[in-house]
Design a protein around this ligand. Structure first.
Ligand code: 9YT
Length: 129
């Protein structure tokens, strides 16, 4: 069994910060669960282009508010505490924080923790931990 707290993760390699976001990676591929689990915050005022071509992702908002724009259609969805979005079609999207937005995110296949967003907002599929 794995038991881990947010406090265990803070300040470790599982605690990462990007431009306009930070993420605490509670579970990664090396944990062997078949999915990864992330406590991610998008900063107030940030706009992040994301395209997970190789992964399915579901995010459940537990704090704050923002919006998600589907790039292909221009449709904008409001996100607030209690909202789930699931990128079942690998949709390219823009995520905007109106306040700091805290999301609990699950990825399948799991992230290894070594992925880096490229210019398209894409995470490559990393085959090694
Ligand atoms: C909002 C979002 O895409 N969260 C996913 C996790 C985060 N990008 C990470 O841990 O790399």
């Amino acid at each position: 069994m794995i038991v881990r707290t947010l406090a265990d993760i803070l300040g470790t390699e599982r605690d990462v910060e990007g431009h306009g976001w930070l993420s605490r990676r509670l579970l990664l591929r090396k944990d062997g669960m078949g999915f990864s689990l992330h406590d991610t915050t998008v900063r107030a005022g940030a706009e992040i282009l994301i395209w997970y071509k190789h992964h399915l992702e579901a995010c459940y908002c537990v704090e704050g508010s923002g919006e998600l724009e589907v790039v292909a259609t221009g449709v904008v969805h409001r996100i607030r505490a209690g909202t789930l979005y699931a990128l079942d079609r690998h949709e390219k999207h823009l995520l905007r924080g109106h306040t700091d937005v805290r999301l609990i995110c699950v990825f399948s296949p799991p992230l290894t923790g070594r992925e880096v967003h490229d210019a398209e907002g894409t995470y490559p599929l990393v085959e090694e931990d």
